[in-house]
Design a protein around this ligand. Structure first.
Ligand SMILES: Nc1nc2c(ncn2[C@@H]2O[C@H](COP(=O)(O)OP(=O)(O)O)[C@@H](O)[C@H]2O)c(=O)[nH]1
Ligand SMILES: [Mg+2]
Length: 202
């Protein structure tokens, strides 16, 4: 097999496209659960050295020997179609790891902002972040048992979202439901990209 264009066209299965998505939201909203529910690979945990910058906030008084902290890094992969693979990165939960978001956000196609209607304000920061960066995102309300099912329009108003931002309901524990969320994100991101290339004549 050669490298020419026609050789490539003859190949039946093209190399899959890999897309990067972020999974954000407040602490305990279900990010790890969602990534774990859909991922084909086991989640990752990393040990990070405590940086100088982290010292004033990492209370290591009395545990001077401790030089690392466990950063649970949600990472997952899901093959949506044979030609489309998603790589999922959960944003770090602790606020002081915000600086990592900028690294994570590099090259991200889009994002899921998970929300819990019992404490919607926990996802304000994530919504702000993606709005500011122009990263297409979808809000997914994780329906915890017993939580009142707010209408999507109520959530949209409360979060003051642009009308085009999708708001969906999900159960982060359910693979099919989580997968639907990811498909919504990809489709929304594709639409945003298309609109940017060719702004609608209105
Ligand atoms: N009942 C219920 N519990 C959930 C749901 N999603 C997550 N949880 C639980 O909520 C807790 C926090 O979820 P986790 O994924 O760790 O949140 P994270 O901090 O955003 O990563 C865990 O104990 C999950 O099992 C859900 O849809 N329904
Ligand atoms: Mg987590």
């Amino acid at each position: 097999m050669g490298f020419g264009r026609s050789d490539r066209r003859r190949r039946s299965a093209p190399d899959p496209v890999a897309l990067k998505l972020l999974v954000a939201g407040g602490f305990g909203v279900g990010k790890t659960t969602l990534v774990g529910a859909v991922s084909e690979i086991r989640p990752l945990r990393t040990e990070e050295p405590l940086s100088e910058a982290g010292r004033p906030v990492d209370d290591i008084h009395g545990v001077e020997a401790k030089s690392t902290t466990t950063v649970a890094m949600d990472f997952g992969r899901i093959t949506l179609r044979e030609d489309l693979v998603l790589y999922l990165f959960g944003t770090p939960g602790q606020d002081r790891f915000w600086f990592l978001w900028d690294e994570l956000a590099q090259g991200a196609l889009g994002a899921v902002v998970l929300a819990d209607t019992r404490r919607l304000e926990d996802c304000f920061a994530a919504v702000d972040y993606f709005e500011r960066r122009g990263i297409p995102f979808t809000v997914a309300v994780n329906l915890f048992d017993g939580a009142t099912q707010h209408a999507t329009e109520t959530v949209r108003d409360a979060l003051d979202l642009d009308p085009h931002v999708p708001v969906v309901m999900c159960d982060a524990r359910d693979r099919a439901s989580a997968k639907e969320v990811l498909i919504t994100v990809v489709e929304h991101a594709a639409k945003v990209a298309a609109d940017r290339r060719e702004p609608a004549a209105t």
